[in-house]
Write a protein that binds this ligand. Structure first.
Ligand code: FE
Length: 175
């Protein structure tokens, strides 16, 4: 049994063991994992070039799996696929500002979808030929973490669909 499945089973069993606990939340909305990451920032735009060992040491297992191992959460399971609140979406690994709720739309694909990123440099694009398909991968413009893919079937005005993983997004509601 690999680590991923052991982790999922552990998550499923946690409530039964009476040890389920919401992550402790700091005043600024960062959870304990992010406080351990000295590079986490919602304002610093400096490009990061950090080792896989570093990311494994500061990210939770699910964020690490998506952001650094290019994993994909199961459709309709993420916390934001049908989320409608007004606010901002940040990279769950490094804090980079990625999207605003005004660009989010209901795509019914099971993953949070946006028609544009907050700026031209907030994300970068990488050709992805894995799994027998040619796709365009979207990575964080600051930490290079995998976020999802972009497709040409989105709504106006861009007709793009940024198909993202909830696990690597942090939503901050507007006051
Ligand atoms: Fe990032």
């Amino acid at each position: 049994m690999n680590l991923k499945y052991m982790y999922i089973i552990a998550l499923a069993l946690a409530p039964m063991a009476g040890c389920a606990q919401a992550p402790e939340t700091a005043k600024d909305g960062m959870n304990e994992t992010k406080k351990d990451n000295p590079y986490y920032s919602r304002t610093d735009k400096t490009k990061l070039d950090l080792s896989d060992e570093f990311w494994q040491s500061v990210l939770s297992e699910d964020v690490y799996y998506i952001a650094r191992k290019k994993g994909t959460e199961r459709a309709f399971t993420g916390k934001y696929w049908d989320h409608e609140g007004l606010g901002d979406y940040y990279c769950g690994a490094c804090g980079n500002h990625l999207f605003v709720s005004d660009s989010k739309f209901a795509s019914q694909c099971g993953w949070p979808s946006f028609f544009e990123a907050i700026s031209e440099t907030s994300v970068e694009y990488v050709r992805d030929s894995s799994h027998g398909m040619i796709r365009t991968e979207v990575v964080c413009g600051r930490c290079d973490g995998h976020l999802g893919h972009i497709f040409d079937d989105g709504p106006p005005p861009t007709h793009k669909r940024f198909c993202m993983n909830s696990v690597v997004l942090d939503f901050e509601p507007k006051d």
